[in-house]
Design a protein around this ligand. Sequence first.
Ligand code: AHR
Length: 307
Amino acid sequence: APTQAAAATKAPAAGKKITLGFSQVGAESGWRTANSKSVQDAAKDAGFDLKFSDAQQKQENQIKAIRNYIQQKVDVIAFSPVVESGWDTVLKEAKDAGIPVILTDRAVDSKDTSLYKTFIGSDFVEEGRRAGKWLVDTYKDAKEQVNIVELQGTTGSAPANDRKAGFEEIIKSNPNLKIIASQTGDFTRAKGKEVMQAFLKAQKKIDVLYAHNDDMALGAIQAIEAAGLKPGKDIIIISVDGVKDGFVAAGEGKINFIVECNPLLGPQLMQAVKDVVDGKEVTKRIVTKEGVFTSEDAKRELPNRQY
Ligand code: AHR
């Protein structure tokens, strides 16, 4: 039998502003910048008191921030977990303090799903599948091995794990499609460039780059050009996100295919916060709607891009 029942969620007094504590992953990419802005703008529009902290891609910083929010007795805690594992203790502390938690963007692997109210964000496995489907289709007539290098996102993060899994699930249908090297670029431009440089040195022939985000692809493009090769032609490039700089590169033919990942989660998050505070039932999983873009689509879509 349970030893201690979790405290019930405490609603703020009537007329009092809702206080939301938000622990952001960091500022590693264009996607993240757009995501932070969306959360900050939407909190302002909703009239919430937002406490925002940047964990600089470190789990211990996020745990500290969450503990801080618990101490400050915020009404709701939301966070985008940098990695999937290791959250149960701190989430249990929030639950015992009666503070509801909402996950945004990235998931946790906790078995106890009562530790959070809902998870709002993309289906990263599906994003990986979309990247894989385009590649399978593009190389359907290939008679020889197609050498793929992969730039993974932050090690242990949901988007890195899932984008890899979804991509591999689809490309295995064609034994000619081979991942010959795969390493983390930590979702940053600098690391993407550095790791691509190493790939170009170590590998005789690279046909395709699959980057888990645009920023790493953009860094890799610099390395490819410095090596005297043409990105998008000598090496086919697939990436995920669809930020403005990614779209510009796609419009120039340097990225061949972008799988969209929508960072504008702020309005959905504020709605969920309000519902949770009002004691309404919220769906356990809120999936973001997203598309895919070829170079041609990117050219057309670029003027409408908000981020
Ligand atoms: O969690 C979403 C991912 O995190 C984005 O695809 C990437 O750019 C960001 O850093």
